[in-house]
Design a protein around this ligand. Structure first.
Ligand SMILES: [Zn+2]
Length: 493
């Protein structure tokens, strides 16, 4: 390895220093940089491409299921946020305010949106007149600002972050629940079918739901360091927002009724979970579904073989591109193959094709999987089929590893000592019967900074009932009082 390639590579260890390792992968794989203001990042092309991959998947599914995209202003008048206070305590301490425009002091302060319920709901009230206007399903792709004073962690903790926020209104409670499950299911699909991350589906405990919501449902992903990531949330807001903002409609019987609303969102934290789940001490690892480059072709030549090797490689690149793969032919003259291998590894290209004079002569191609360096030689003739198969295999490997991590790290505990000991030793999720009292969560949180990240939901014929199933034991794992719920404790991002 040359000095240059060492500098290119990752120096921190994922298992020993996950925080430092993560920061190094983000920077060296060219995903993001730190902005001059604390708490903000600059998303670089390769990082933004990951966000676009997530957008493409979700946006397509949203549109197939009746959602229209809109865009509301970045600023929200203070009086609008005040109106929301009937429903929620709100985001007060986290709100950034604009008080001056040009040289003029503003008559009314403008909030930089921390979320857009309070500006979207009044317009929904205006747009919904009759039952024929329902359901109304709106989504916007935007960024929001929450002025939290915590250490910056790209894609996990930044004051401004990219997300989508969906806002819907329905004629019935049942319609709102259907919506909540549809979106939660799409978030589950995003993680499991695009990001190769298995998730747990559940709801937040009463004291931790979205302010003003009836129910907050969530998908949670377990990171290899034993912490949980809230992957996306889908809220049933009941009628509280509709009442506060007068979202009413004339029903079929001409009666004026109050609508039921939902909101749901996924942020670029999904990118953080993606990096954290699959990447290793060589750098970024990406599933082929989302990798900006799926296949890197590295030709290996001497002066006398250069022409043949390059021509053979170009033909393969063309054929793969025509078949729809995202391919990079790395024919740079000034870099040797070893440097190129390291660079594509660092950048998380799932599949590398190595092509030298022997491959040309035997009409073959050497293929190397990024996650584990598994190597095989395939026929040139069947290149499209083999690449397709290898990319699928790589996806499966990544998913299986993450699934093993999840399955091995859900443990049961039945006393505070057992809960604390299990999380302290192994991390992961600890499943315990719970009495429903927030004080029992506090007792654990004080000692080990773990909280109830979710409660499982009863499955009724393949979909959720919205109810938490009864625990097998009936004593709260913390206080010993009668328990009729199950809670999953974990440390979280
Ligand atoms: Zn208890």
């Amino acid at each position: 390895m040359s000095d240059e390639s060492q500098e290119l590579g990752i120096t921190e260890s994922k298992s020993h220093k996950p925080g430092e390792w993560y920061a190094e992968v983000v920077q060296k794989a060219n995903l993001a940089d730190y902005a001059p203001m604390g708490g903000f990042i600059v998303t670089k092309p390769r990082g933004y491409a990951l966000w676009e991959g997530i957008q493409d998947a979700l946006d397509g599914w949203f549109k197939e299921t009746g959602v229209d995209n809109v865009y509301f202003p970045l600023f929200i008048p203070e009086s609008f946020l005040e109106r929301e206070k009937d429903v929620v305590e709100g985001f007060d301490p986290e709100v950034a305010w604009v008080t001056q425009g040009g040289h003029e002091e503003l008559e009314e302060r403008l909030a930089v949106r921390p979320t857009s319920e309070s500006i979207i709901a009044p317009f929904m009230a205006d747009w919904v007149r009759s039952h024929r206007d329902l359901p109304l399903r709106l989504n916007q792709w935007c960024s929001v600002v929450r002025w939290e004073a915590t250490e910056t962690k790209p894609f996990f903790r930044t004051k401004e972050f990219m997300w989508q926020e969906g806002h819907t209104a329905h004629a019935s409670d049942e319609g709102a629940w259907d919506e909540v499950w549809t979106r939660l299911g799409q978030y589950e699909d995003l993680y499991e079918d695009v990001l190769a991350i298995p998730v747990l589906r559940g709801k937040k405990p009463e004291h931790d739901k979205f302010p003003g919501a009836d129910t907050t449902t969530t998908v949670e992903a377990l990171m290899p360091d034993g912490k949980s990531v809230q992957g996306g949330t889908s809220h049933n807001l009941g009628q509280s927002f509709a009442e506060a903002f007068d979202i009413t409609f004339a029903d079929e019987d001409e009666e004026e009724r109050t609508a039921y609303t939902t909101s749901w969102g996924v942020s670029w934290r999904a990118i953080g979970a993606l990096i954290m789940t699959h990447s290793d001490d060589q750098g970024l690892v990406l599933p082929p579904t989302i990798a900006p480059t799926q296949v890197a072709i590295v030709p290996i030549w001497q002066e006398d073989t250069k022409e043949d090797v390059l021509e053979y490689s170009e033909n393969i690149a063309d054929e793969l591109e025509d078949a729809g793969f995202r391919v990079e032919l790395d024919d740079r003259d000034e870099r040797n193959p070893g440097f190129k291998f390291n660079e594509h590894e660092l950048n998380g290209v799932p599949l590398r094709l190595e092509i030298g004079p022997y491959e040309v002569e035997d009409e073959e191609v050497t293929m190397v999987h990024r996650p584990d360096n598994e190597e095989s030689v395939e026929d040139r003739d069947e290149i499209v089929e083999s690449v397709d198969e290898h990319l699928d295999e790589i996806y499966d490997k990544l998913y299986e590893t993450a699934e093993e991590n999840l399955e091995e790290n859900i443990r049961e505990a039945h006393s505070p000592e057992e809960i604390l000991g299990t999380i302290g030793k192994h991390g992961g999720y600890v499943k315990t019967p719970w009495c429903g009292d927030e004080a029992c969560e506090e007792a654990i949180k004080e000692k080990i900074a773990a909280e109830i990240v979710m409660q499982p939901l009863e499955d009724v014929g393949g979909h959720s009932s919205g109810e938490v199933p009864e625990p097998e034991h009936d004593e709260c794992g913390v206080c010993g009082d009668p328990a009729d719920e199950i809670a999953y404790f974990a440390k979280s991002y």
